[in-house]
Design a binder for this molecule. Sequence first.
Ligand SMILES: Cc1cc2nc3c(=O)[nH]c(=O)nc-3n(C[C@H](O)[C@H](O)[C@H](O)COP(=O)(O)OP(=O)(O)OC[C@H]3O[C@@H](n4cnc5c(N)ncnc54)[C@H](O)[C@@H]3O)c2cc1C
Length: 407
Amino acid sequence: MQRDILIVGCGIFGAAIAWALGRRGLGHRVLLVDRQPPASGATSRAAGLVTQVRSDPALQALAGETLAAIEVLKTEFGEDVGCHRVGALHVGPLAQEAALAQMLAACTAAGIRGQWQDKTQVQAQSPWLNPEAFDVAAFFPDECFVDPYLLSSAYLRGARQMGVKLQLNTRVVHIAHHSGAVTGVALEDGTLLPARFVVNAAGAWSNLLSVELGLPLPMAPVRSQYWITERAPEFLSSGPIVFMTDIRAYARPEVGALLFGARESEPAVADPRALPENLQGFVFDAADPDGWGNLAQTFEPLSRYFPAIERLGIAHYITGPSNYTPDGQPIVGASGAITGLMVATGCNGSGITYSAGVGRLIAELICGESSFVDASRLDPARALQIDPFAPAFLQACAHARATKSTG
Ligand SMILES: Cc1cc2nc3c(=O)[nH]c(=O)nc-3n(C[C@H](O)[C@H](O)[C@H](O)COP(=O)(O)OP(=O)(O)OC[C@H]3O[C@@H](n4cnc5c(N)ncnc54)[C@H](O)[C@@H]3O)c2cc1C
């Protein structure tokens, strides 16, 4: 049978969608294409946090799917995705107590475990954290981090076992449509790969295929980044992920070192038309290529929580594009105007977390099933009036990252 479901982009979204379709017995109908090696875009650069503790129930449900998928990949497919179920600790000043209490109540109502912790308990788990820096702490034991490359590869391997075909070195130049319905994708040599469904999962490049269809996607690639310290004795035992809620910073253990990130007040943002196809060596901000300027901005509040940062060396700096939307919602669903056209992008720094949920949503749409979450706020056509390349719009997306809460 002809492969009539075509997915553009083999990052974690494309791979998770292919996997979800495979699980529904549709693998033999799916062709997944990419111009680069699998997971070589944003996916392999992620810090790998998979966090279900969120205030928005739909986003919480997307994350829950990924936690469930990690189990299925392990038990049914024998995949080790480097999952560390270390839990997550949310710490902050007294002013954050009400927000944390609300989060705990919402999580309890949704069946997600969480409880207050005192400073002795926190110290035992995270000896690097200065107990003077925070007043309140809540611990959520089921949060985890994974190796994002391994998780993406596991979806992909599973999808291929279930009949999905992967075609690399394939650059899509247009999504083709006729009489209001998708007909396939055009490649640069003029070939048309026919399809009844096309899923635009092209990550930071999605708008380059979408705008010409009259479907501007309300997102822009904003610089995301984190640092990994050199190894030190205080990081030898594996502790939880820590969210420092008032300063919008997080940290997690990383093989005897600490991986940490902090949201800058003015993140760098790129015009997607200027992003190279291969991100290796891409610099968001020539004036601050290694993010030192951003680190300097957050250094004082960070060193309050994490005093050892003042003496430890930085061993690694990782950066890449994350697609932020002004409303903080991902972009997942059918295009509406063109039958058969689907979009899965706009991850807001949480694409690893949402991956299996996004896969399930798109698979449900293709199968004509009702969605397992209320996806109305994820609608790709929710901002048709915007120009996603306009400088003011790019800044609005950067602002969304700067002000995003940790939950
Ligand atoms: C530094 C950093 C840290 C992060 N940390 C986390 C985290 O801790 N937890 C979390 O949940 N998320 C995190 N994220 C976000 C996460 O990495 C992304 O949300 C996720 O990887 C997005 O996946 P994707 O499949 O949409 O995009 P990508 O992985 O970028 O994949 C898109 C693919 O589309 C292909 N493509 C594009 N255009 C075309 C075309 N025309 N033809 C053919 N192929 C095309 C590209 O080659 C690419 O392979 C982080 C991101 C960064 C940068």
